[in-house]
Ligand binder design. Structure first.
Ligand code: ZN
Length: 320
């Protein structure tokens, strides 16, 4: 065994942790979503992830690592590869004594408007997320989803409503901004999203014509906000609005009610079921551990002839 799982992945015989859920001395952080990132003494991550971490959880000791530039630590060779999930997101390949372990972090196989496209290395052992690891999760094409979003915004404006796009503060919101900005819409953005959007732009991803939301006329403009803003004065003050939530969970009929919105569009920053299987075909692992999704995914994989099991013994996250 090359690793053990103990609130994070620990490489045995070294001080290296991957996405530890508690503070440790030395940790590779796959991306800056807070279910993966904690404050550690020293963090290895991409320059983009380090920047987001500083904004979100404060300054830490750091090792800045570009994609595909190997780094040696405590007998381990660490290489980061783009994961296609959000800007700066990485898969982590650890090589110890000729054995390769790939930790996927969160990943997306398709195109993303605002993240580097995924690049998949081969590995002997694969620890992979499987958020959408059930066959019901088959997302429409990227083009269809972008058209759905643009058409929602156009229709709302035509009908005299302010379109309000709801998405997670880091990643999803900026991706929506990129799609809408490229389509020529002017946006007003919640403060928490605006701070992170500036970092996207500092790394060269131009998001179009936008400004931080202030109380002003919103005629012809699109508002971008996180879900937490639905209950705040900012959104309550907009009398005529139509809300849309962007998430892979939009595939469920109950999503609109569950998230308290008028529309839901499955713009996902995770792979869908077929994407997860394609990922495995490209990695060609001998052993698979699944995490961040339904335990049933490991059962599907075993039925397909893979040597697979869930990483954690306890119940794993499933939103529906
Ligand atoms: Zn994530």
């Amino acid at each position: 065994m090359i690793f053990r799982y103990d609130k994070g992945i620990k490489i045995i015989g070294s001080q290296l942790w991957l996405d530890a859920h508690r503070s440790v001395e030395f940790c590779c952080v796959s991306h800056a979503h807070l279910d993966h990132a904690k404050k550690h003494q020293r963090v290895v991550a991409t320059p983009e992830t380090l920047c987001f971490l500083k904004q979100r959880i404060g300054k830490t000791g750091s090792v800045k690592l570009n994609y595909e530039e190997p780094y040696e630590f405590d007998g381990c060779k660490i290489t980061l590869f783009p994961a296609g999930h959000i800007l700066g997101s990485a898969q982590t390949l650890v090589e110890v004594n000729g054995l390769r372990l790939l930790y996927s972090g969160d990943f997306n196989m398709g195109e993303s408007a605002a993240a580097e496209p995924i690049k998949i290395p081969g590995s002997d052992i694969l620890i992979m997320e499987c958020t959408f690891g059930r066959p019901i999760y088959k997302f429409p094409s990227r083009k269809q989803i972008e058209e759905q979003l643009i058409s929602f915004v156009e229709r709302s404006i035509e009908d005299g409503f302010v379109p309000v796009v709801i998405g997670y503060v880091l990643g999803k919101s900026q991706e929506a901004m990129k799609i809408l900005g490229d389509a020529g819409f002017e946006m007003r953005v919640h403060g928490s999203i605006a701070r992170l959007a500036k970092t996207y732009e500092a790394f060269g991803i131009k998001l179009g014509k936008w400004d931080r939301y202030k109380k002003e006329s919103l005629e012809g403009k699109v508002v971008v906000a996180p879900r937490t803003a639905l209950k705040t004065r900012m959104l309550k003050n907009i009398a005529r609005k139509r809300t849309v939530f962007l998430s892979g969970w939009a595939m469920h009929d109950g999503a609109k009610t569950r998230f308290g919105v008028d529309e839901a569009i499955p713009l996902s920053d995770h792979a869908d079921f077929d994407g997860l299987l394609e990922y495995i075909r490209q990695v060609k692992p001998k052993k698979i551990y699944t995490t961040h999704g339904p335990r049933a995914f490991a059962v599907y994989l075993r039925q397909l002839g893979y040597n697979a099991e869930p990483l954690q013994p306890e119940r794993q996250l499933e939103l529906f």
